[in-house]
Design a protein around this ligand. Structure first.
Ligand code: PRT
Ligand code: ZN
Length: 294
């Protein structure tokens, strides 16, 4: 296989998104050896390579087509993409790295609505997102671009307010800042170039997305197994979550009994299981689906 037939995925080298990104790829059946000073990791099981970079570089690598996929915060992706004609696409939200890009002001500052931000200097490392948000609300404030340590800008006197990532709110509290507006709800996302690859790489990409979907919804699909009298079967089937994929098997030597196996994507909580049991089911098992080729 030629080198560029291999799929290339950009992942944060070290930081908040690195471990969850590696875990996710592992759950998709890709294993990599992680070296501390390496830029590339090669998968031996599949024709997939990882590029380990700073999160800030991932959107540009996608836009240039140097990588086929990237795992990055929506905040970084949207900041990069703002104003682009063909920006990289967000394919999936990944369920980790949740945070919000929020505007915060010093606690003592009187600021109860958006218009109160008028004429303030707001420090941020997401200047394009902030500028667009202010413009949409017709607020004219000065955007002060900083690459880090945004939260100390008001104390240093270089800004009146901040627009920074917030998770627990502890950093804002420690800096005596009060959150007043949310600019963006962010999460780690899987992103890809605007142009979809063709051929082997395109096929691999589709395969990986399918695996990712089953890996990121482990609870959505479970296997229900039970035994019941054949006469109870219809009542039990009516209780299964809609669109369950069901097989009914004969029990050898017991013509009045059946085994039921159902792939269910809905509620299988204790209450539901009690109902199914009352309808005549015995030996009920709910098993997680680790991998599925439907
Ligand atoms: O070295 P490299 O450039 O790759 O890493 P980085 O330092 O730029 O990024 P990193 O690892 O800090 O964050 C990567 C991504 O994680 C971000 O782009 C977000 O998408 C996501 N994320 C999730 C966060 C947070 N939560 C978060 N809390 N990124 C940063 N923070 C910081 C925030 O900037 C503030 O300083 O944590 C502080 C706030 O946290 P709380 O809990 O005190 O509110
Ligand atoms: Zn960064």
């Amino acid at each position: 296989m030629k080198a560029r037939d291999r799929l290339r995925i950009a992942v944060q080298k070290s930081g908040r998104l690195s471990d969850p990104a590696f875990d996710l790829l592992e759950r998709c059946g890709l294993s990599f050896e992680r070296g501390s000073d390496r830029l590339f990791c090669f998968s031996e099981s599949e024709p997939v390579d990882l590029l380990l970079v700073r999160d800030d570089d991932i959107p540009a690598l996608l836009a240039q087509g140097a990588c086929d996929l990237g795992i990055v915060g929506r905040n970084k992706l949207n900041e990069f993409s703002s104003g682009m004609i063909e920006p990289p696409r967000e394919l999936r939200a990944l369920g980790f790295g949740a945070c919000r890009l929020a505007i915060a002001v010093p606690r003592e500052l009187d600021c109860d609505d958006v218009q109160a931000l008028q004429d303030l200097r707001i420090a941020t490392s997401h200047p394009k997102l902030l500028a667009r948000w202010l413009e949409e609300r017709e607020v004219s404030a000065t955007v002060v671009t900083l690459s880090g340590s945004v939260e100390i800008a008001p104390r240093l006197g270089t800004a009146d307010a901040v627009c920074d990532l917030v998770q627990s709110g502890a950093t804002l509290a420690a800096n005596r800042l009060r959150e007043v507006e949310t600019v963006l709800q962010s999460t780690a996302v899987l992103a890809a170039p605007a142009i979809v690859p063709e051929g082997a790489r395109g096929e691999l990409l589709a395969l990986l997305l399918a695996r990712l979907d089953s890996a990121t919804h482990p609870r959505a699909a479970r296997l229900l197994m039970l035994r019941s009298a054949r006469d109870c079967l219809n009542s039990i089937l009516r209780l299964l979550p809609p669109a369950s994929r069901t097989s009914v098997l004969d029990v050898v030597g017991q013509p009045g009994q059946v085994m039921l196996q159902a792939w269910c994507a809905g509620d299988l909580g204790w209450r539901k299981l009690e109902e199914i049991k009352r309808a005549g089911a015995r030996e009920l098992f709910v098993l997680p689906v680790e991998k599925a080729l439907a």
